[in-house]
Design a protein around this ligand. Structure first.
Ligand code: FAD
Length: 459
């Protein structure tokens, strides 16, 4: 595959801008077409998750393109979950017993802007805004665009088209509607949606609640979370059913009801959200879903990547991280100099899909864990034990959360299988009273390891 080949990327979001940068670094001619205006010039954050949890898999991609330090400057470390109970009491549950393992809150806009700036520094990368892809002719490797300003339609030709145009991907729709090959596609919505709210900074710019944690108000069938921003504010997200339960998005329709809901369920959050009603009735309510499909590519012509190939629910904080990891994995396949784009795409999908399927399933598991399990005594005992094991035996024990989030050397699927077996082992041992969390940790570690191996063998 000659370097001077023309690669067309659809979508300049997080994955597309990183991919453009990496392919630019590798010497390809890259054209990126983005439907929205340039976010460095126009504020277009409304309605999208304003900040995100950024962790080691995403950071691996930043190292690959040489941006680790610049991205670090945009990050606020979050060492654990700060759980807020219904009475306003709080306790922190760390993400790991190893102090160097934590996640970060990062602004979507700032990160995207940095990636666009860096991509554009390469003469061989061109980014065009306000150009919406309407469809892709994957047999002839052309894409049809509409210019939002002039309203003109135009066709772009390329050697290869890679779609990083998110969950509503135009290429994926073209695969599906084209019916030219066996394309499998599934989309599963949760019955819950989300709405973004905010906790503004104090008058002096300080944070109103503890800065270095991911705050959670778990309430069984719904929850509120908050992630810090560099300006002293928090982006708060309410995850709630559309139509089930006493309070739901469909019946929170007036000021009194929203205030009643928050004063009953989240009184300490309400106390720092004087702007609640304005946010609630201004910001959209959006659905949450999982998209799986295959194949991701058509011959050597076109490829789906990022959310376009595998959109997931946000509860593991891994959608962006997984999309960034796609670029790292794709880059590793390019290093192998396979004989054709078809072989490259095929190898990439074969290695990657099992892992993106796994993180999709793990993200659903974590939805239940965050909104409910974190409040249960046995779950809290398990987390306490895991923290102690990680602290005392940092090389011998790694929890499921840490395997998924901090262990970028193994894939999501391996992390899922080992992590689930460990969870089951500890919960079994605790339920059967075979371990006492105040007992000898070395003995407990051995018991957990034995039980885990037995479960893995059975599965
Ligand atoms: P996108 O970010 O969706 O980018 C797609 C781009 O393509 C956009 O710029 C779009 O304008 C453009 N586009 C779309 N259609 C077209 C078209 N037809 N023509 C041209 N351009 C087009 N992930 C994490 O890792 N951590 C988190 O904490 C986290 N929190 C989240 C919270 C919420 C509420 C949600 C919804 C998601 C969260 N995610 C998180 C997931 C993360 O947002 C996505 O996985 C990530 O944005 C995927 O990047 P992408 O570039 O593939 O897609």
């Amino acid at each position: 595959m000659k370097k001077q080949q023309n690669i067309l990327i659809i979508g300049a979001g997080l994955c597309g801008s990183l991919l453009a940068l990496r392919l630019g670094q590798r010497g390809y001619n890259v054209s990126v077409f983005e439907m929205r205006p340039d976010l460095r010039k126009v504020d277009i954050s409304a309605g999208r998750s304003i900040n995100l949890a950024f962790s080691d898999r995403g950071n691996k991609a930043m190292k690959l393109v040489g941006l680790e330090d610049q991205v670090k400057a945009l990050c606020i470390p979050m060492h654990g979950r700060m759980i807020h109970d219904a009475h306003g009491n709080t306790f922190q549950s760390n993400y790991s017993g190893r102090t160097h393992e934590f996640i970060n809150s990062i602004s979507r806009g700032e990160l995207n802007a940095l990636l666009l700036d860096e991509a554009e520094k390469h003469e061989n990368v061109k980014i065009y805004f306000n150009k919406k892809c309407k469809s892709v002719d994957f047999e002839n490797t052309t894409a049809l665009f509409k210019d939002y300003k002039s309203k003109d339609e135009f066709l772009e030709d390329a050697d290869v088209i890679i779609a990083t145009d998110g969950a509503g991907s135009a290429l994926r729709k073209s695969y599906y509607l084209g019916k030219k090959f066996l394309f499998s596609f599934s989309q599963a919505y949760l019955t819950h949606g989300y709405k973004e709210l905010s906790i503004l900074p104090k008058d002096n710019g300080d944070f109103k609640i503890y800065k270095n944690a991911l705050h959670i108000w778990p309430r069984g069938s719904f929850m509120l979370i908050a992630l810090p921003n560099l300006d002293g504010s928090f982006t708060v997200t309410l995850f709630l059913s559309y139509d089930e339960g006493t309070y739901n998005f469909n019946n929170l329709t007036n000021d009194e009801r929203v205030l009643e809901f928050f004063s009953k369920e989240f009184p300490d959050a309400l106390a720092v959200m004087p702007n609640l009603l304005e946010d609630f009735f201004t910001n959209p309510t959006a659905p949450l879903g999982t998209i799986k499909c295959s194949p991701w590519h058509y011959k050597g012509n076109t490829l789906l990547m990022g959310d376009a190939a595998h959109a997931i629910v946000p509860f593991y904080g891994q959608g962006m991280n997984a999309s960034f990891e796609d670029v790292v994995e794709f880059d590793a396949v390019l290093d192998e100099n396979l004989s054709s784009w078809e072989a490259t795409f095929k190898t990439f999908e074969k290695r990657r899909k099992k892992d993106t399927d796994a993180i999709a399933d793990l993200a659903i598991d974590n939805f239940h864990e965050m909104k409910g399990h974190v409040n249960q005594a046995i779950f809290q005992e398990k987390r306490k034990l895991e923290m102690a094991l990680e602290k005392q035996f940092p090389k011998d024990y790694t929890s499921k959360y840490a395997l998924v989030t901090f262990n970028e050397d193994i894939g999501y699927r391996e992390a899922m299988l080992r992590g689930r077996a460990q969870d089951k082992a500890i919960l079994n041992l605790l339920a059967d009273k075979k371990i006492d969390i105040n007992g000898d940790l070395k003995t407990i570690l051995e018991q957990v390891k034995q039980e885990t191996e037995a479960i893995l063998e059975d599965d």
